[in-house]
Design a protein around this ligand. Structure first.
Ligand SMILES: [Zn+2]
Length: 73
């Protein structure tokens, strides 16, 4: 399991997501429920906690363009 740090693109809420798959394969965007918006929204991946070193790793923000996110609407 990897702890990803994600941010809602609608309200800006940041939170952590524990998943067993690599979000980089989704171009660092994921469509899921936001507890603040109370609807499913696009979330941008800000980074992740490396399961081996425990260090926080920031993802390349150039790969998280809004244009890339729109494909998942
Ligand atoms: Zn939200």
């Amino acid at each position: 399991m990897t702890r990803w740090v994600i941010k809602c693109t609608q309200c800006g809420l940041e939170r952590e997501l524990d998943v067993g798959f690599d979000l980089s394969s989704l171009r660092y965007s994921v469509y899921l429920y936001c507890p603040r918006c109370r609807v499913n929204t696009t979330h941008r991946v800000l980074g992740y906690h490396d399961p081996y070193t425990g260090q926080y790793v920031q993802v390349n923000q150039t790969e998280t363009s809004v244009e890339g996110v729109s494909e998942f609407d």
